[in-house]
Design a protein. Structure first.
Length: 502
């Protein structure tokens, strides 16, 4: 199976598990919703039954007040309660349709209420309303009151209705408790299913991620080791991967790259050897005639024995040109060898190296050399650092526009590098020429004025950049120049070789 297919399968399984979780949760939520609706429905029946009982009480209270006082104001709650009771009992009838036993009780309550009104309440109200008409009506009312109210006929009817309301309430309370238990069970079940399925999804996803991740990690670790071996110069390594997936393609590409690098390295090694041999031959073949020209010019000058200043000047120019040509050949050879030869690593004191450099350069006594009391100790190719320092100091002396001057060397520590500065109070370098001075064969003054090959600073730049540092100039015309360069603190395993430029 291809890697991307395995990843898609794992993701698909995880998503399927979460879909199951979601569906299970939705199903349990629907059950919870139904349970809540049933609890609310039962509560509505209980609440409507209590309201109907209250309306019965209002009718009884209004009737009792009217019978005792004869004031028609007491009939208002009686009539209002009667109207509202009719509506309430109809609602209760509708609510209990799904419960036959309760609905039967509701119908009996409706019958009791009609019986109470028709045989007890309404006759008493009508009779009580006529007692002021004649003594006979008074006597009829007293007789009716004695045979009904005083005998408790109305109370018996209403007590029977209230008992039936209590039975409805009791039944609904039991139903409500059962529904609440179902609701609590559904809620607990919902939580259990949600948590269980979620944990199961997490475990399944973690297992799939672990299996896929471990496989990918192991194979990538092998490729990293392969890449590190290639980076360290071992191009003969290779990996075997028969899974035929995307990583296999990457592995194959690394193997092909290693093979091509090995081929290129072998070719480059051969070319470097040929180039070194060519450089040696060219150097020997070019220097030999130059030395012959120089010797011939000296012999001619000795044989000529003239005091003519023009002839003496021309011979001097001829020998200077020969020397310049020889220095130019040496500079070109040195520049071409930067980065192609191994030099030993060592830990050395920059303070001692600076002292040695100044002794070898032997600056004019009119120059003041300012050095810090302490300079860092670094690890690297001592010869290369010497060449950088020697070139910068030599240029500071050579291109100074006065017979006396001040040269200052400074250093400071950065997180990953040391930064060195060589500052002079010479003529300065205009900004438009600061980048050009690092180009090969570039000089600030004519070669007849200052003898130079124009290779020194280009070699310095190449060395510094090969080491991973950088070099730049801070200068204004007429205000001196400061050459700054950085040098790495720790020497890494060499990826390319560097030679000393003489």
């Amino acid at each position: 199976m291809k890697l991307i297919s395995a990843i898609y399968t794992a993701i698909g399984l995880i998503l399927a598990m979460f879909c199951i979780v979601t569906l299970g949760y939705i199903n349990q939520t629907r059950k919870v919703k139904n349970s809540v609706e049933e609890v609310l429905y039962t509560s509505n029946i209980i609440r409507e039954g209590e309201r109907a009982q209250k309306l019965i009480l209002d009718m009884e209270t209004g009737l009792r007040g009217f019978l005792l006082t004869g004031q028609r104001a007491f009939l208002e709650p009686y009539h209002e309660g009667q109207a509202e009771f009719t509506q309430s009992i109809e609602r209760l009838d509708s609510l209990t349709e799904a419960y036959p036993e309760q609905n039967k009780l509701v119908h009996l309550i409706k019958a009791d209420s009609r019986l109470w009104l028709e045989t007890f309440a309404d006759p008493l109200v009508k009779s009580r309303s006529r007692i002021h008409i004649s003594p006979r009506n008074r006597a009829l009312y007293d007789s009716l009151f004695a045979n009904t109210a005083q005998q408790g006929a109305g109370k018996r009817i209403m007590d029977r209705a209230r008992n039936r309301f209590d039975l409805i309430k009791l039944e609904e309370e039991q139903i409500k408790e059962g529904k609440i238990e179902e609701l609590n069970f559904s809620l607990a079940r919902t939580n259990e299913i949600a948590v269980g399925l979620t944990i199961l999804s997490i475990l399944a996803g973690s297992f799939m991620a672990f299996v896929v991740g471990r496989t990918i990690k192991r194979r990538f670790r092998q490729m990293i080791n392969l890449a590190n071996n290639i980076a360290n110069g071992d191009y003969s390594v290779s990996l075997e991967d028969n899974r035929k997936d995307e990583i296999s393609s990457l592995t194959e590409s690394l193997n092909v790259m290693a093979g091509k690098l090995q081929s290129s390295f072998n070719h480059l090694t051969k070319m470097n050897k040929e180039l070194d041999q060519f450089a040696y031959v060219v150097s020997h073949d070019l220097k030999a005639p130059l030395r012959a020209i120089n010797n011939l010019s000296e012999w001619i000058a000795e044989d000529l024995k003239t005091d003519d200043p023009e002839i003496i000047k021309n011979f001097s120019i001829l020998r200077g040109r020969v020397l310049r040509m020889e220095n130019l050949i040496n500079g070109i050879l040195a520049y071409s060898r930067v980065g192609r030869q191994n030099l030993p690593l060592s830990t050395f004191s920059v303070q001692e190296l600076l002292k040695e450099t100044l002794e070898n350069l032997a600056p004019p006594p009119t120059f003041e050399i300012v050095t810090p009391k302490e300079l860092p100790t670094i690890t690297g190719e001592r010869t290369l650092f010497y060449q950088v320092l020697s070139n910068l100091l030599s240029n500071a002396f050579k291109y100074h526009h006065k017979q006396e001057g001040r040269i200052e060397i400074r250093a400071k520590e950065l997180p990953d590098f040391y930064q060195f500065e060589v500052k002079d109070d010479g003529p300065g370098i205009p900004k438009e020429f600061q980048a050009k001075v690092f180009g090969i064969f570039q000089t600030m003054e004519a070669r007849d004025v200052k003898e130079s090959t124009g290779v020194g600073l280009s070699i310095v730049k190449k060395i510094v950049e090969e080491k991973g540092g950088k070099i730049w100039i801070e200068s204004e015309k007429g205000q001196g120049s400061t050459f700054l360069f950085t040098w790495p603190k720790k020497k890494e395993a060499p990826t390319s070789s560097i030679s000393m430029a003489s």
